[in-house]
Ligand binder design. Structure first.
Ligand SMILES: [Zn+2]
Length: 222
């Protein structure tokens, strides 16, 4: 049974790493967004409430998020473990999750924090461009278009979105630190495994894999 919590700032490559890790350990990678959407589509009472709140641009309250997570991790595909991306998002959620795992006799989670230098994140994120015609996203550093400044599909001139401007990105990064700092602190320095996410994705994946294997061996030896 392997439970992994993956934390990391916008632009750190968390989505890619979550997918690689899920594949490697044969566990589902579940993001909060996905969980909410699934509940919405299933039309459950929880889902309808969460949907309505998100539709109005609000934050789904802890008790609803917690209930959705509790239900999601009871599903058969989570029997051998799971990876959560985007949860817990607050200290009360972390406390609730801790209690839930104990109550169900599940092991403590392996907490991984993808650490990337802020200037590198800013460089990565400000390199994003979008085609105004077909909405395709490019990255001048990692996925540049074939012809400079032009969409591969339709030749339209690529633009930088408002979301990808430096000031907006710095704001998002500081919001991330304000939100996540206390959660990592709550888990405690010795329980949080920092991995340098500023390198090539396959190197980062190898590091995470090592950290997860070591941490799960330690917890099963206890
Ligand atoms: Zn296009």
């Amino acid at each position: 049974m392997l439970i992994v919590l993956l934390f990391g700032p916008p632009g750190c490559g968390k989505g890619t790493q979550a997918a690689l890790l899920a594949d490697r350990f044969h566990i589902p990678a579940v993001s909060t967004g996905e969980m909410f959407r699934a509940e919405c589509q299933a039309g459950t009472e929880l889902g309808r409430t969460a949907c309505a709140i998100m539709h109005d641009g609000g934050l789904v309250p802890d008790e609803i998020t917690n209930a959705i997570v509790a239900r999601r991790i009871s599903q058969p595909d989570c029997a051998n473990g799971f990876l959560l991306d985007g949860y817990p998002r607050t200290v009360p959620q972390a406390q609730y999750f801790d209690g839930l795992l104990r109550e169900r006799g599940l092991p403590a989670p392996v907490v991984v924090h993808l650490d990337v230098h802020e200037e590198l994140l800013v460089a990565r994120l400000t390199a994003r461009r979008q085609c105004p015609a077909c909405k395709r996203i490019y990255n001048l550093l990692s996925q540049p278009p074939l012809a400079e400044g032009r969409c591969d599909v339709d030749g339209a001139e690529l633009i930088a979105r408002e979301d990808d401007r430096e000031a907006t990105i710095r704001q998002r990064l500081s919001a991330y630190h304000e939100l996540t700092g206390p959660i990592l602190q709550w888990y405690g320095e010795s329980a949080v495994h920092a991995v340098d996410g500023g390198r090539a994705p396959d190197l980062v994946a190898k590091d995470i894999e090592r950290v997860v294997l070591e941490a799960s061996l330690r917890s099963s030896a206890k």
